[in-house]
Write a protein that binds this ligand. Structure first.
Ligand SMILES: Cc1ncc(COP(=O)(O)O)c(C=O)c1O
Ligand SMILES: Nc1c(O)cccc1C(=O)C[C@H](N)C(=O)O
Length: 425
């Protein structure tokens, strides 16, 4: 689609569509929303509807001043003294403990640093090592995010294991006496489907296998119960629903009971029991610090720490309730606003199977999303045909949802009739 084939006019920001008989009114829903005030904790503008917090969370208002202080005072004035005086050295565990309640972990089990991919690598290799001989196979969700699949394949080659790709829904039943570990998503990045972490973990454990849970699309979006669900190892992103900023460090959860046996494939001086001893032999640090590798990425890590302030006083159960209300409202408004069959929701309708995003299938999804973005509604496109909308309950309003659906309807109506990608094509 060329840009001239659709109306590129940015629509004025208008009042929410009035209530219909089918759905409540956006303004009424916002007025009754106990989390509505949290939006002020973020830097957002009224010209755009931001539905891409599942790729990059919005900027929390307190981050710029905190980062300015880290740069000017802690780095600029204190320089190397900040490793101790400003708490830089212990930031990976401190920020980990700040994330811990959001993922249902008691303190001392979450460490922050490196990318999600690097942490998946550490967790998978450590799990294979914990599982031991005779456990010859690694399972991975067949539709997983590419990084997870690439890493599982690489870990299988490195450790002399076989890799089996299994549909997410079947992965727990696929585990058997040969399975060392399964790398499982909590929420699918494309469809937004939520899996039952407790049930999957139980079934893997019954087969004698370990689980590594990828929390990228659930941490900060819905309640996660790592301790209660018996999860062995988990990883998650800092830059999505935790709002840590572009390239924010990821986190790694190592269940307390597994920590003594966690044998990292990436030992570094930061994961050493006595880093400044500078010994030839690597002696792993006790506790979750053995998940570290090298010098922490302090600027990004302290931005993430400041971003986590927005959770002060926030109940994750209320976040979940609002997330479901937002996605219900979006689905209802799509159903009543768009001509039947124009888009196909691929996100499960059942609350217990839905994360905090909604994905709609449309043959011209790439072009439609490009036009939505031009008109101020920011979601994203995932190949080959998905329009993906992420709902961050801390700052997304029902009026945002209402406007997004109205603009989507306008964009779809403006698609040139008879085009190869238009509705019904
Ligand atoms: C489910 C999932 N796993 C892994 C990743 C990879 O994260 P990173 O780029 O931080 O390694 C992402 C996002 O990029 C993701 O959505
Ligand atoms: N990390 C990203 C980036 O730097 C640019 C664009 C997107 C991303 C993402 O995180 C993608 C995301 N994991 C996804 O679910 O597709």
């Amino acid at each position: 689609m060329s840009e001239t084939q659709v109306n590129p006019v940015h629509p004025p920001r208008t009042a929410p569509t009035p209530a219909t008989s089918e759905t409540p009114d956006a303004a009424a829903l916002d007025a009754a929303d106990p989390l509505a005030g949290l939006r002020d904790r973020f830097v957002l503008d009224d010209d755009t509807v931001y539905l891409d917090g599942n790729s990059l969370g919005a900027l929390p208002a307190g981050v710029p001043a905190r980062l300015a202080d880290v740069v000017a005072r802690e780095w600029g004035e204190l320089r190397i003294r900040s490793w101790t005086e400003s708490g830089w050295w212990t930031a990976p565990e401190r920020v980990g403990d700040r994330i811990a309640p959001l993922v249902g972990a008691a303190p001392g089990q979450v460490v922050v640093g490196d990318s999600t991919g690097v942490n998946i690598f550490k967790a998978l290799v450590a799990a294979v090592r914990m599982a031991g001989e005779g456990r010859e196979e690694i399972l991975v969700d067949g539709d997983t995010f590419p990084t997870d699949g690439y890493l599982a394949a690489s870990v299988a080659r490195m450790t002399g294991r076989e890799l089996r790709r299994v549909p997410a829904a079947a992965i727990a039943d696929a585990a058997g006496p040969r399975t060392a570990v399964a790398l499982v998503n909590h929420v699918d990045y494309r469809t937004g489907e939520l899996y039952d972490a407790a049930a999957v973990t139980d079934r893997l454990h019954a087969a004698g296998a370990l689980v590594v849970l990828d929390l990228c699309h659930s941490a900060g979006a819905l309640p996660v119960r790592l301790d209660d669900d018996g999860v062995d190892l988990a990883v998650g992103c800092g830059y999505k629903y935790l709002n840590g900023g572009p390239g924010a460090p990821a986190f790694l959860y190592i269940r307390a009971g597994h920590q003594p046996r966690f044998d990292s494939p990436l030992p570094g001086w930061n994961s050493h029991a006595d880093p400044f001893a500078m010994t030839e032999e690597h002696v792993p640090a006790p506790g979750v610090a053995r998940g570290r590798v090298g010098t922490p990425d302090i600027l990004s890590m302290l931005a993430l720490e400041a971003a986590l302030e927005v959770w002060e006083g926030v109940d994750i159960a209320e976040v979940r309730a609002k997330s479901l209300a937002l996605t219900d409202f979006f689905l209802a408004r799509v159903a009543e606003t768009l001509p039947a069959g124009t888009v196909t929701p691929v996100t499960p309708r059942e609350h217990e199977r839905r994360g905090s995003q909604v994905s709609l299938r449309h043959p011209a999804a790439r072009e439609v999303m490009a036009e939505l973005i031009r008109r101020g509604v920011i979601g994203d496109f995932r190949a080959p045909d998905l329009l993906r909308f992420g709902f961050t309950p801390l700052y997304t309003s029902f009026a945002d949802v209402d406007r997004a659906v109205r603009v989507l309807a306008e964009v779809l109506a403006d698609l040139p009739a008879g085009s190869s990608y238009g509705p019904g094509a």
